[in-house]
Design a protein around this ligand. Sequence first.
Ligand code: BGC
Length: 354
Amino acid sequence: MIVRDGVVGTLGNNPVRCITLGDDEGIRARILTLGAIVQSLELPGAGGSTTNVVLGYDTVDAYLKTGPYFGAVVGRYANRIAGGVFQLDGRAVELPCNNGPNHLHGGPDGFNRRIWTIDESRSIENQTASMTLVSDDGDQGYPGRLDVRVTYSLDGNNAIVIDYEATTDRPTIVNLSQHSYFNLAGEGSGSAMGHLLQMNAGAFTPVDEHLIPTGEIASVEDTPFDFRTPKPIDQDLRSAHPQLHIARGYDHNFVIDRPTNSPGQLIRVAHLLDPSSGRSLTVESTEPGIQFYSGNFLDGSDVGTSGQSYRQGDGIALETQHFPDSPNHPAFPSTILEPGDRYHSKTVWRFAWD
Ligand code: BGC
C-alpha cells in the first residue's frame, strides 16, 4: 500500500492526489497524479535542511494554466511535430497545433494535463509509484488506443529511476519524456546558467525558425554546442551562433554517443554540477536523444513553489527522448509503435551532494 498525502486539488470533478517517495535521510520526491508531475525533489543537507532542486508550482490550478510543463510527463509525443502532420502507413495524420504552427508535447490536452491512476499492485510505500493512463483512439488526433504506464522508483542509492511503458491496438507514434527543470542551487534561487554541464553528445539536430529540425545531424565540434567536456552553461550562451539566436539560448536535441550495436541500452548521457553547492545530477538513459533547454522562455510571469518568480535561465531541462519531429524524418530513429510491441524507455536521475 502506497502512502498518499491525500487530495491536493481537482481537475473538473476528479481529485488530484499527491504521493511522496523517500525519507528524511535521502531524496524526497512529491509526485502528483496530475500529469505524473514531479512537484518537488528535495535533497538533504547539513543539520536536517533540505533543498528542492526542481521548479514547480504549489497549487494544482497553476499547473492547469498553459505553461512551461514543469515536472510533467509529456506525451503522446514529447517535443514538436512540424505543422502537426505526419504520414503513417501512407495516410496523413493531423494533430492540433498548440505551439505556433507546430504540435508540441502531445497537444493542448497532453498527458501533462491528465489524471493518472495509481497502480497499487505495482507501487511500494515510499519507494515506487506506478501510474497508468489510457489515451483513447483519436486522443489529440493520434491513431490507436495507447495504454501507458510511468513508474518512478527510488533505487536506494540516491537515484530516481523512471520507466515508461506503452502498448497500442493500432500503429501509432510514441515519444515520452520527463520535463523537470533543475536548479541544483535550489528552486527559486535565481539563474542556473552557472551550472557545469557535460553531455556525451558529439552531434545535435539544428532547427529552423520554428524550432523544427532541419534534418541535419551536425557535429558539435568547434561550436557552442560542444558539451563533451564540462563547461558552465553561460560560457557560450551569448555567442552569436545562429542556432542560439533562433532558440534564444539552448533548446536543442543532442544526439547521444552510443557504442555501435547498443541502441536502447541504459548509458550515462549527461552530468550537471552546481559548483556553489557541490550538488550534482547524472542522467542515464536508453533514449537516443536529449533536449537540453536552458529555460529561455521563462519570463518572470510564473511564480514557483517558494513564492519566487522564475526568469530566463532559472532552470535547466534535460529531456531524454527520441528526436523532435521524427515522424517526418525517416532517417531519425523511428517512434512508431505497432500492436503487439511494447514501448519501454528508461531514464535515471542520480544525485550526489556533500
Ligand atoms: C521545448 C521548449 C519549450 C518548453 C516548454 C521544451 O521541451 O524544447 O521549446 O518552450 O519545452 O514548452
